[in-house]
Design a protein around this ligand. Structure first.
Ligand code: FES
Length: 186
């Protein structure tokens, strides 16, 4: 991740600002990281990252966030979307992981089709498509993407899915809009 990328996406607080804050203020506990422009006080998703930056600083290391920024952003957006769909009130990521595994087994969780893992099956929820232009909805219907139909993700590179015996390819922006309910493997 680049120094100027945002660690706290809600409050647009970059890694560079957080590093400067750590050097300047040397906060005694990780919770004081919120004093850096309100980092961590929005959706709360970045709090575990702030804790990690604080711990690295205390260990005398240059604080870093592992991984690419795009993947970081995507994960945060997806996690928050899932959290919202199951109505969870989560304080940190480990609580989130623990609660999610319980909640996913008993609640209906919908994710964007583009996030469905390769080989996984899911049920399409067309009720969430009403915001799409009619031309897109007609296109999806013509391809066989009907409400409650089952699909299987065939390729990770592009969003290629299988409906019955037919394979279709969806453009990524469209696949981001289609919500599906993952099905447990039988
Ligand atoms: S990403 Fe930092 S509070 Fe939401």
């Amino acid at each position: 991740m680049n120094e100027h990328d945002h660690v706290c996406i809600c409050h647009r607080v970059s890694l560079a600002k957080l590093r400067a804050f750590l050097v300047r203020e040397n906060p005694s506990v990780a919770s004081l990281m919120t004093e850096c422009l309100g980092a961590g006080t929005g959706c709360g998703w970045c709090r575990s990252q702030l804790e990690s930056l604080h711990a690295q600083h205390k260990a005398g290391q240059l604080p870093i966030i592992e991984g690419e920024h795009d993947a970081y952003r995507e994960r945060r957006i997806l996690d928050n979307r899932i959290k919202k769909s199951v109505g969870l009130d989560i304080e940190n990521e480990s609580q989130y992981d623990a609660k999610m595994s319980v909640e996913m087994s008993k609640k209906r969780v919908r994710i964007p089709l583009s996030q469905l893992p390769v080989g996984a099956r899911a049920r399409v929820d067309c009720s969430a498509l009403t915001h799409l232009p009619e031309s897109d909805r007609c296109l999806l219907a013509a391809m066989g993407l009907a409400d409650q139909c089952e699909v299987e993700r065939c390729s990770g590179h592009e969003c290629i899915i299988r409906i019955d015996r037919t394979r279709i390819a969806l453009a990524r922006p469209l696949a981001d809009q289609v919500l599906v309910e993952p099905l447990n493997p039988s």
